[in-house]
Write a protein that binds this ligand. Structure first.
Ligand code: G4P
Ligand code: NA
Ligand code: NA
Length: 192
């Protein structure tokens, strides 16, 4: 997606060989126009899939997920990383281990908002090792819902998550795939 790649080049900062900082438009300050375009792009790619629900994880997945839900006309549910005071039982939960942060968190979604007749599109901001997406897919399966596919804003193609999911037969649509962050430079994977 051209506009997204332009934002990454112009506003992103390469922090290391493995980490790209995009606080200027995605992870801290949010660019609503760009998010709207991202929502349109995901909705075009999944227009024929019969999606009934978007599932994401707080916090940075919410903005692109919301704009996609708006375009497709379906509700957006976000998995919580911390237990809510009012959300205590009736939960679907999954363990998510972050290699980056070296911590394991339990994520949860209320059974009220994910049902066995739902057709689900999972959205997230970054795909690195794929642990967060795997946790979300686990929750979709626990609900007995159908996973249509995954939509990722920025995939780091040099990390294992994308290959892992595609090898499992999961449809993964990434709007920008980064091949390398070597020498402080963002190199995108060529689109076919
Ligand atoms: P994984 O789910 O793909 O295995 O990813 P990982 O554990 O490595 O990621 C942990 C957090 O770091 C996630 O955000 C993820 O989106 C983010 N992340 C991973 N790689 C990058 C990167 O290169 N740049 C940026 N900006 N973020 C990255 P989170 O902790 O869930 O935070 P948030 O959603 O509240 O922002
Ligand atoms: Na993030
Ligand atoms: Na995220």
């Amino acid at each position: 997606m051209k506009l997204l790649k332009k934002a990454i080049i112009e506003k992103g900062r390469v922090l290391s060989e493995e980490v790209l900082k995009v606080d200027a438009f995605l992870n801290h300050q949010i660019d609503p126009t760009l998010m709207q375009e991202i929502g349109k792009e995901f909705s075009e790619r999944y227009r024929e899939a019969g999606i009934t629900k978007i599932l994401t994880i707080e916090s940075s997945g919410i903005a692109p997920a919301l704009m996609t839900g708006l375009e497709l006309g379906v509700p957006v549910v976000f998995a919580r990383k911390r237990k809510s005071l009012t959300l205590v039982d009736n939960l679907l939960t999954a363990e998510v281990h972050s290699f980056t942060k070296n911590e394991t968190n339990e994520i949860s979604v209320s059974k009220d908002y994910l049902k066995d007749d739902d057709v689900v599109l999972v959205i997230d901001d970054f795909l690195a090792n794929g642990q967060a997406v795997r946790g979300l897919i686990d929750i979709v399966q626990q609900a007995g819902a159908h996973l249509s596919g995954v939509g990722i804003v920025i995939e780091k193609g040099f990390q294992a998550g994308g290959d892992f999911l595609r090898n499992q037969g999961v449809r993964v649509e990434s709007l920008a795939i980064i091949e390398s962050l070597h020498h402080n430079e963002v190199i995108f994977r060529e689109e076919l």
